[in-house]
Write a protein that binds this ligand. Structure first.
Ligand code: AP5
Ligand code: MG
Length: 189
């Protein structure tokens, strides 16, 4: 299975992707996590990405696409993967299509987590207090949400037209959300 999980910052993409990838037996790929690892290791990619991330802006498509192309070529993606946080722009959708076409495949399903804006802000403010992630300050949270609704939310319509989109409520307890997603995907956990 080749899956994508979408939704605004704080929707629970990473939390749910970890559960789903384990339940389905595919590799979880979070572009945000890969960027953060590169930032903490001060790699050339991390150095380039840091200022964009700290401002709540997207890292440029060319850097992001080549990172994902490299990641998807690894052997652990052979049995399938769950992309968390990619694609986020129209250009990234086109790049992903061409990466998968090149390997004779396509995306099987796209899950969109639907969560109220107030709830995502509460979750991120709470995480800021608990963990201090560098893009969880109040102004940056606001910018991340703006960028999401401007650049990424419209992409769900594109996947809907392809008949791939499943919309699932991301409100409530983590286990309840996981159950809803697995049911929507037709997976017996
Ligand atoms: P990324 O790391 O993808 O961040 P994000 O999408 O802004 O959102 P989060 O990861 O904060 O939220 P999430 O939906 O994963 O929720 P989570 O499970 O963590 O991207 C960061 C940055 O990297 C971007 O801004 C950009 O700069 C760059 N980037 C990444 N991908 C890119 C791309 N493709 N192109 C360009 N740039 C890119 O949950 C959030 C919190 O809520 C956690 O504390 C969690 O414990 C809690 N929580 C989760 N579920 C529940 C629940 N059901 N009830 C209560 N609390 C919950
Ligand atoms: Mg995440």
């Amino acid at each position: 299975m080749r899956l994508i999980i979408m939704g605004p910052p704080g929707a629970g993409k990473g939390t749910q992707a970890a559960v789903l990838a384990g339940a389905i037996g595919v590799t979880h790929i979070s572009t945000g996590d890969i960027f953060r690892l590169n930032v903490s290791n001060a790699t050339p990619l991390g150095v380039q990405a840091k200022a964009f991330m700290d401002a709540g802006e997207y890292v440029p498509d060319d850097l992001t696409n080549s990172m994902v192309r490299d990641r998807l070529s690894k052997s652990d993606c052979g049995a399938g993967f769950l992309l968390d946080g990619y694609p986020r722009t129209l250009e990234q959708v086109g790049e992903l299509d061409s990466m998968l076409e090149g390997a004779g495949g396509c995306v099987d399903k796209v899950v969109e987590l639907i969560v109220d804006v107030d709830e995502v802000v509460n979750r991120l403010v709470k995480r800021s207090a608990d963990q201090g992630r560098s893009d969880d300050g109040e102004g940056v949270i606001r910018r991340r949400l703006e960028v999401y609704f401007e650049a990424t939310a419209p992409l769900t319509e594109l996947y809907e037209k392809r008949g791939l989109l499943v919309r699932v409520s991301g409100m409530g307890a983590v286990e309840d959300v996981s159950g809803r997603v697995l049911e929507a995907l037709g997976v017996n956990a």
